[in-house]
Design a protein around this ligand. Structure first.
Ligand SMILES: [Zn+2]
Length: 159
């Protein structure tokens, strides 16, 4: 009771000449996000997660690589591939597997949403997942299941 109201000292960040650290000053929580997921904080992971959390356009690995390079020009495409797989495995990012296209990524969404792919433009549109989840829950429930996770990609063409 005596200590519970004491505020923790803000963690002092190691500010170096490197741009990556400066970018992380804006989002110090991201390092904690990595630690909370049981991952060691490496500069590569920190840069990638910084970029991904700032974007809402569902980049693929090549696009991520181009952006991350601006923060850290020592990073390689192979590292981005490996890192995305690590981040996906611990549930920090969601991998969107699309037909005939490289997988795209987003931070694990705090709100439930699904995606619609415009087949002509390739644009990925976020759609609310609630109604879709209701239907899926009903179907699964009738079969005696409860849904653990789901993600729907609707392939569509403008009318
Ligand atoms: Zn999304």
């Amino acid at each position: 009771m005596t200590c519970s109201n004491l505020r923790k000292h803000p963690r002092s960040l190691n500010v170096g000449p490197n741009k990556m650290v400066n970018a992380l000053n804006d989002e110090p929580d991201l390092r904690q996000v990595l630690r909370d997921a049981g991952l060691r904080v490496t500069p590569q992971r920190a840069s990638i997660i910084t970029i991904l959390s700032e974007t809402d356009d569902h980049p693929n690995v090549e696009e991520l690589y181009e952006k991350v390079r601006a923060l850290d020009d020592t990073i390689s495409v192979a590292t981005v591939y490996r890192t995305m797989s690590v981040l996906e495995n611990v549930g920090l990012v969601r991998k969107l597997v699309l037909d005939d296209a490289p997988a795209r990524y987003e931070m694990m969404p705090p709100t439930n949403h699904d995606h619609l792919v415009d087949l002509e433009s390739g644009e990925l549109v976020e759609i609310p997942g609630t109604d879709i989840a209701d239907v899926m829950n009903r179907v699964a429930s009738e079969l005696g299941y409860e849904i653990v996770s789901h993600h729907t990609v609707i392939r569509a063409r403008k009318r």
